[in-house]
Structures are given as structure tokens and as C-alpha cells.
Ligand binder design. Structure first.
Ligand SMILES: O=C1O[C@H](COP(=O)(O)O)[C@@H](O)[C@H](O)[C@H]1O
Length: 258
């Protein structure tokens, strides 16, 4: 296995190029992982990422990817009913999942309850059951290990629902935690903790907005800020790849943009 903290930065001219490149990357990983272990666990976030996944739902990938072996999870979810416009599940369903033949029983969305604590506990219990059933492996650090996490970031450097000035980002015990005062609406959310995120085999960090350019530059240029941006603490077991368009990369020094 490659040493921890391997990172790759891919900078492309337009969001459309990122979408094309990302689809090829995910399809390649899907093929390799299914050959090696018979399934492919993919963790989605919300936000602009879902639209950037659109090429996977088109030719040739719609036909060539072995969707029957995919398992879908969410790195974070808003604590709202699944048909609420704020739901990350609904966003993913409308933009991605409804267009590809992933078996419904392989789609692990939250079970809604008005209590974010109850939702987080339930999601963690279900993950623990999948580990017991050997559907998901455990990492060497004792956290579930997903094959691929597809993440985005916010302008404040948040990743999943781990925000700069909230304690959840420092949780090293739980697998899934909750927040009732998210600085970005809606306030109630659940989120994977950093030990789970950083146990993923592969992570794709997909950023295609000018608004996130400062957070990208602070992270990739190792500019010290207090507290450190959550997105700067993401690392993968094998490889973290940043997929950026020129807007997201616009605050990086010129030598990075070649
Ligand atoms: O609230 C959230 O925001 C982040 C970033 O979203 P974006 O629209 O700036 O791409 C997202 O990754 C997260 O899943 C979502 O709940």
C-alpha cells in the first residue's frame, strides 16, 4: 500500500472538463475495485458535486459501469425528510442515482427523525452492522473503510458538515456525529467524523467555484490559519485527488496551474 498522505492535484480549464475527468476517474476506480473485492462503496456529499457527477450517468459509463456492485452512503446529510429540497439524498437521487441502475437496497440513506442525535446514532449503528456482516471492512485504526469518498468544500473550508468553529471536527471517537447549529443552513445535520473520512481508500475533492478559491489556496499552499480549515485535514489511505477548475484554482501560484 502507498504511504499515507499521497495527494494529487488535477487542474482543468472548465467545470465541464472536471466533470469529464472525474467520470473517467470514478469509472476506472469502480472497475479496479470490483475486480479486486467484488463491490465498490461510494460516499457522496451534497452541493455542487452532484451536478459534476453528471457524465457518469451518460454514455459510455451508464452502460459500462457495473452499477449492481455499487454501495452508496452519505458523508453528511441534512436532518430533514428525504423529500425536502434541503436533503442531500434528494439532490443525489434527482441528479445522479435515479439515472443509473444501482439496486435500491444498496443505497444507504438516513432514516429521518426530528432528532439529529437519533439520526446520527441510527446511521452509525447501521454502519456497524455492515462491518459485522463484512459488507464494509474496518481500517487499521478501527473505523469503517470506504472505497471512494466524493467530497466538496465550502467557502469557509468546511468539508462534510465539519465546520471551522464547531466541535464536531475534533471528534475522534464517533463514526457519525450530529450538529444542531450548522453555520450554513439547514442547522440540523449529521456527518461522518474525520477518522472515518480519513480512513477512505480514495478521496476525490471536487471544487469548481471561485468562492472556494481561498480555501483551496490555503490548503494546497499550507498557509497557516487559526483554526486550521477542516478541508486541510482531509487525507486518504491511498490517494487524495483534488479536481479543480480554473476558478477554484485561481488563487494558487502560477507554477501550480501549469
Ligand atoms: O452543506 C454542504 O456543503 C458542502 C459544500 O457544498 P458546495 O455547494 O459548496 O459544493 C457539501 O460538500 C456538503 O455535503 C453539504 O451538506
Amino acid at each position: 500500500m502507498a504511504p499515507k498522505h499521497m495527494q494529487n492535484v488535477v487542474i482543468l480549464p472548465r467545470e465541464e472538463d472536471v466533470a469529464v475527468n472525474l467520470a473517467g476517474y470514478v469509472a476506472g476506480l469502480s472497475e479496479k475495485t470490483i475486480l479486486e473485492k467484488g463491490s465498490f462503496s461510494v460516499v457522496l456529499s451534497g452541493g455542487t458535486l452532484i451536478d459534476t457527477l453528471r457524465k457518469l450517468t451518460q454514455c459510455p459509463y451508464k452502460e459500462t459501469v457495473n452499477w449492481s456492485k455499487w454501495l452508496i452512503f452519505w458523508v453528511d446529510e441534512r436532518v430533514v425528510p428525504l423529500d425536502n429540497p434541503d436533503s442531500n439524498y434528494l439532490l443525489a437521487w434527482n441528479g445522479f442515482l435515479s439515472k443509473v441502475p444501482i439496486p435500491k437496497h444498496n443505497i444507504y440513506h438516513i432514516h429521518y427523525s426530528p432528532s439529529s442525535e437519533v439520526v446520527a446514532k441510527d446511521y452509525e449503528v447501521r454502519l456497524r452492522r455492515l462491518v459485522e456482516q463484512k459488507v464494509l471492512p474496518l481500517s487499521s485504526t478501527g473505523f469503517p473503510q470506504f472505497d471512494l469518498m466524493l467530497l466538496g468544500i465550502g467557502p469557509d473550508g468546511h468539508v462534510a458538515s465539519l465546520f471551522p468553529n464547531r466541535p464536531q471536527r475534533y471528534d475522534v471517537t464517533d463514526w457519525v456525529t450530529f450538529i444542531n447549529d450548522s453555520p450554513k443552513p439547514p442547522p440540523k445535520r449529521i456527518t461522518f467524523t474525520f477518522p472515518v473520512i480519513n480512513s477512505a481508500t480514495y478521496i476525490a475533492m471536487v471544487v469548481t467555484d471561485k468562492e472556494e478559491a481561498d480555501a483551496v489556496a490555503i490548503t494546497l499552499e499550507h498557509i497557516p490559519v487559526k483554526p486550521p480549515l477542516p478541508c486541510s485535514e482531509v487525507q486518504a489511505e491511498v490517494l487524495l485527488t483534488w479536481f479543480l477548475d480554473k476558478d477554484a484554482a485561481s488563487k494558487l501560484p502560477p507554477n501550480c496551474k501549469k
